[in-house]
Design a protein around this ligand. Sequence first.
Ligand code: GDP
Ligand code: MG
Length: 691
Amino acid sequence: MDASVKKGEWLVALAGNPNSGKTTVFNALTGTRQHTGNYPGVTVEKKEGVCRVDGRTLRIVDLPGVYSLSALSAEELVARRFLLQERPDVVVDVVDASNLERHLYLAVQLMEMKVPLVLAFNMSDVARQRGLEFDLEQLSGLLGAPIVPLVATKGEGIDELKKTIVRCAEQVLPVPAEIHYGQELEEAIAKIESVLDENLPLLRSYGRRWTALKLLEGDLEIQEQIRSPQVSDVLHQVRQHLTGVFRESPEVLIAERRYGFISGACQETVRRTVLKRRDFSDRLDAVLTHRYLGLPIFAVLMYIVFYLTFQIGAWPQSWLENGFGYLAQRVGRFWPEGVSEEIKSLLIDGVIAGVGGVVVFLPNILLLFLGIAFLEDSGYMARAAFIMDRLMHRIGLHGKSFIPMLIGFGCSVPAIMATRILEERRTRLATMLVIPLMSCGARITIYGLLIPAFFPPVLRGPMMWLIYLIGIVLAIVCVRLLRSTVLRGESVPFVMELPPYRLPTLRGLLLHMWDRGWMYLRKAGTVILVLSIVMWAVTRYPRPPKDILSAGEVPPQRLELEYSLAGRIGKWMEPAIQPLGFDWKIGTALIGAAMAKEVFVSQMSIVYSLGGEEDLEQLQKRIREDYSVLQGFCIMLFCLISTPCVATVAVTRRESGAWKWAIFQFAGLTGLAYMITLLVYQTGQVILMLM
Ligand code: GDP
Ligand code: MG
């Protein structure tokens, strides 16, 4: 990146705690000139944009939101590496001025890294409302960095911020204040500094004091880069000494000193004109995070979100369905004479049916994300995670894992995307890998076909419940397994921050909703388009010879499928799936279902040559004739456990950053589905025989 920075062009990094308004500032600075990508090697999103001021160009990078720079999470590591390796000309730390003391912790760490720092005091409006008054001049002097007050949502102060950035890039500004850690700690730092090898390349970019401080804090990344027995010895010695004197670990002592510094700086420069009273947030928290009320309230809120998603979403969904149906009809009706029928079929049965089948879910997705964005932006989601934290920790996950898992009951794709809220990589991966076990909406089509076919009305509800429960239990078992094998690791100590409640802005909600909805549409336009064409081809080719077709004994659609590649694969698979109670017809439908679970039902109706949904009852009757209740249950079990769709695999690949995990998930779930179905079918048969 350095090489591409030209004269009069400055690299500016935006840092800040999550929810400090960083993204809002970034948008206000860059307008529409922005694009997103990933940081190399990790799946942390990287947003970049350009801002022009007085003929100069500021290239702005939105760093991931972090509370500190201790390199405990992928985000922290990415932010730190970026600062140290890319050497931005200016770092703007966006702080929430209404929560100043907490947010300055990051600022202090930036000061220690000696980056050219500008402090953006965002949320000035909220601070004012709370009766906070700042002596900015004095505070800026104490911290050694210019301060610009902002109300990013209204664009207030943005011009001043731009000017300050340019000034900071072009002139030498005051050196940031240095924190004094007290005699004992300072001595320890000096001791470590004295044994650091002069020639370490690390020291050139990181600085002596900073490196020593990080070592004292127990920073693994730096330790790994040094690997000197002498340094380890000294480190061990000073740590032991400090722990002996203070009965606290050096990390805690260092953090205490930093907070002390901040608190001191604020005491002199921040004034409260309104006496602190139990404010709105506190009173709301007393109810929403209540020991007994918290969970039921959460359940009701989530129910409302799901209700909105699936009930209200049904209207626009039916419009879209009709629209695609109409489109297919028009294309069919007005297909020009003489142009290949094959291309017509490709267009109607492949492209329009396939892509349409995915796009019709867009209203659900948008509504779901609107609801989630509202709960997030208002500050409620942090409370939900807080309530669930203890429960989730017991199974090796994080309170926040709960949210993506819940979304998984709707659709695995947005659920896996939602794991981004998890800071710690291993927790995030574990959550991501088991999300497909949360029975998604697409599988409802399969249960809707099979449950009424095999079970009397009184048992239908309980069956559905049982299937969902099996998924949840399996997810818990798998997480425990993962956390004690491939994803083993201490869970990172973490303070659950409760941000203040805030009324979300419409603009913010729509932006969040659109961001994610667009991602879904892009999927429909790429992955699903290709897959639809592939599915269309394997169920259509090779075609049976005309004379067999016209013999007319077997219905032509069924014959065509039997003859096609999908049918052949189904037959070829038969020996492998027979122990599960499946025959070639189910095998063929399962190939379709591996692409997307919705395909199962349409594949089955082709097998029984009953096109269209009006024949659902007919189809159920035929299935009932061909299979036993046990077989029916096993089909549902297999569909529940195996990967929901190819899009899930693709999104796991993208969010985990490696094919390895996507393949692991796919193979693991398929293997698990096979084993469990095998077990259930064989045991079931033995029991039936004994009965
Ligand atoms: P980020 O996660 O740190 O990037 O923060 P966002 O940009 O997503 O902002 C978090 C929330 O704070 C959003 O709902 C914003 O609309 C809101 N917000 C951002 N800046 C301000 C501000 O200056 N004043 C107020 N009242 N709200 C703000
Ligand atoms: Mg953001």
